[in-house]
Design a protein around this ligand. Structure first.
Ligand code: ACO
Length: 323
């Protein structure tokens, strides 16, 4: 049986770190409020020369180096983003060109904060369907460019960054084929659009628009949706929370993460947290947290790892993989 095994991982963050304190100059807020309500202490913010493509390229190069591969070994790039460099062409194709890859194919996926979970699931299907052998799955975002910097209810929550993994077709007993994507569960429901959306777009306003969110409403739905898809992947893979080595959730809010872990009986020590460092980086949040967990020596080969995300749409999903 072919499996999609993780061969390498990388990440990239903008140079500039913006602390909560700096927001006190911009809007009526405080470091204390932000930390208490969200767990966020700082986030990285892209400078003019840093874009979704440049951050995605940097994360991809890092993942390729970690995998011991050349860019030309890649035959598919899937980029999860809601903040592309241009409306078209797809930013994945721009990253493909920046990496010097002129064969294979590349495309963007848009599922907001769930983008990386959707992209991993899609890459796994392309690999198992024989359409690709090595896939770069990237989550890259510059949400700072779509924030309303005068709206305290949203501008303090988000950050920029990118993370990437190389997934590779693996086959054979006792090899890396034992590792890889084991189960996925994806959901969406457009009826919830007004709770979290961007108020612009090429076909409506002809502008890029700004992020709008009814935070309390999103919060109310989040834990139930997250735990539903996780219970679904556990059932599909025939495992329980006890079998898990690491839980790598979307990093939107520490309180949502804690409540989800509690409901699933996942102990705190098994949860990878980066929200204090990165804020909510949308589709980049899960791969950034994964890269952080690996760099800290927490996530190791053979570990059972659970990924989860939810975001605008609503979209939500979970992926279980053997690292
Ligand atoms: N500083 C100070 N006060 C603030 C701030 C701020 N930055 N933001 C809001 N407040 C005020 C509000 O105006 C409100 O004041 P009021 O009571 O006088 O009206 C008060 O604080 C409480 O506001 P709530 O919205 O009820 O605060 P809550 O505890 O719900 O925290 C938060 C807000 C952090 C946004 C939370 O609701 C949350 O994390 N929601 C989920 C976000 C999320 O997970 N999004 C999904 C992914 S994002 C994506 O897909 C793009």
């Amino acid at each position: 049986m072919i499996r999609s095994a993780v061969r390498g991982i990388g990440s990239a963050l903008p140079r500039r770190i913006m602390t909560n304190k700096e927001f006190e100059e911009l809007v009526d807020t405080s470091d204390e409020w932000i930390v208490q309500r969200t767990g966020i202490r700082q986030r990285h913010v892209a400078s003019d020369d840093e874009t979704t493509a440049s951050l995605g390229e940097a994360a991809a190069r890092h993942a390729l180096e970690n995998a011991g591969l050349d860019p030309t070994d890649i035959d598919l790039i899937i980029l999860a983003t809601s903040t592309p460099n241009n409306t078209f062409p797809a930013t994945a194709v721009e990253i493909q060109n920046r990496l010097g890859i002129h064969h294979g194919y590349a495309f963007d996926m848009q599922a907001v904060c769930s983008g990386f979970v959707y992209a991993i699931t899609t890459a796994d299907l392309y690999i198992r369907g024989g359409l690709a052998k090595r896939v770069l799955v990237i989550g890259s975002e510059t949400f700072s460019r779509i924030l309303d910097w005068s709206d305290r209810t949203t501008c303090v929550l988000f950050g920029d960054g990118a993370g990437a993994v190389v997934l590779e077709a693996a086959e054979g007993e006792g090899t890396i084929a034992d590792r890889g994507v084991l189960a996925s569960s994806l959901r969406s429901d457009g009826a919830q659009k007004e709770k979290l959306y961007v108020d612009g777009g090429p076909s409506t306003t002809g502008t890029v628009g700004h992020l709008r969110m009814q935070g309390r409403e999103v919060f109310k739905h989040a834990v139930g949706m997250i735990t539903d898809v996780i219970e679904d992947v556990f059932a599909k893979a025939g495992v329980t929370a006890d079998d898990l080595d690491w839980f790598v959730p979307h990093q939107a809010n520490k309180r949502i993460i804690d409540a989800s872990a509690r409901k699933l009986d996942i102990p705190e020590e098994k949860v990878v947290i980066t929200v204090h460092l990165h804020g909510n980086t949308s589709a980049a949040s899960v791969p950034l947290a994964l890269a952080h967990g690996v760099a800290e020596g927490k996530i190791k080969r053979g570990d059972l790892v659970l990924l989860e995300a939810m975001g605008g749409g609503f979209t939500w999903g979970a992926v279980l993989l053997r690292w």
